[in-house]
Design a protein around this ligand. Structure first.
Ligand code: G1P
Length: 267
């Protein structure tokens, strides 16, 4: 079994739900306390042993690229992990056509390797000694199969997530039958929401080539999964930890306040 070393971080969406904040800055650059969200995502990758990182950006996202440039302050203020940070690669999605389209741009970077996808707008805090990403890598190392992190979501939040229809394999693992992208709560197959950590392999690109435009007129990664489950086992793991979705203004404000209130200096 190959050790997973590659992380793909899509950060190319419009950030519509943050308008007007995101008119001139990417939502992934919104601050949570003293760092932008994307920094936490890269930290999650690095602390999970992923040392080759690709960030998929799009129009208006240059600030993300600039953020990871060497800065003359880095040596002086070395408490943010920039010194040991691995090289970060960037690719530009030509047009914003959805998550499923964005992942296609990772093909040359990932080559024959399996890889982790971490969404650029989500922060994780693990409740175990393993990061949430490492929890999924641990499952992958046992099965060798594509896998995704899920969490139980409240009924009113179901329409914000991809929801897994699955068959229970153990307390926290399900074999995925399908993913329904943002269903109406009354039609939802379960309360298992896709959080935004995925382990995939090169086989996903063929699926991505064969999906039609999906929900919201975008290419959906969930639709590619629905092709994938016909060919191989796909597992969903309920994470042990907390997830901070920076996907809406309300969630961002809540996250900021929670991080600040727990900080020794600002609390
Ligand atoms: C994406 C995925 C969805 C997933 C969600 C997690 O949606 O399409 O399946 O549940 O991320 O945040 P988005 O939030 O980009 O609309």
């Amino acid at each position: 079994m190959q050790r997973i070393r590659k992380a793909v971080i899509p950060a190319a969406g419009y950030g519509k739900r943050f308008y007007p904040l995101t008119r001139a800055q990417p939502k992934e650059m919104l601050p949570v306390l003293d760092k932008p969200v994307i920094h936490y995502v890269v930290e999650e990758a690095v602390s999970s042993g992923l040392d080759e990182i690709l960030i998929i950006v799009g129009a208006g996202k240059d600030a993300i690229i600039n953020y990871f440039d060497k800065n003359k302050m880095d040596d002086e203020l070395d408490n943010y992990g920039f010194k040991g940070m691995p090289d970060i690669y960037f690719v530009r999605q030509k047009e914003q056509k959805g998550l499923g389209d964005a992942i296609r741009y990772a093909k040359n970077f990932t080559g024959d390797d399996d890889f982790v996808v971490l969404l650029g707008d989500t922060i994780y805090k693990s409740e175990t000694e393993r990061t949430v990403t490492s929890q999924l890598i641990n499952l992958y190392e046992k099965t060798g199969s594509p896998s995704i992190i899920v969490e139980r979501v409240k009924a009113e939040k179901i329409r914000d997530y991809g929801i897994v229809d699955g068959e229970k394999v153990s307390d926290d693992v399900f074999r995925v039958r399908s993913i329904v992208e943002k269903p109406d709560p009354s039609d939802s197959p379960s309360d298992l929401g896709v959080t935004g950590i995925y382990i995939l392999g090169p086989y996903i690109y063929e699926c991505l080539e064969n999906i039609p435009l999906g929900r919201n007129g975008e290419y959906q990664l969930s639709d590619a999964y629905n092709l994938l489950v016909k060919k191989m086992d796909v597992f969903a793991l309920i994470m042990k930890g907390k997830r901070y979705d920076i996907g809406t203004k309300e969630l961002w404000i809540k996250t900021f306040i929670e991080f600040a209130s727990k900080h020794g200096g600002y609390g």
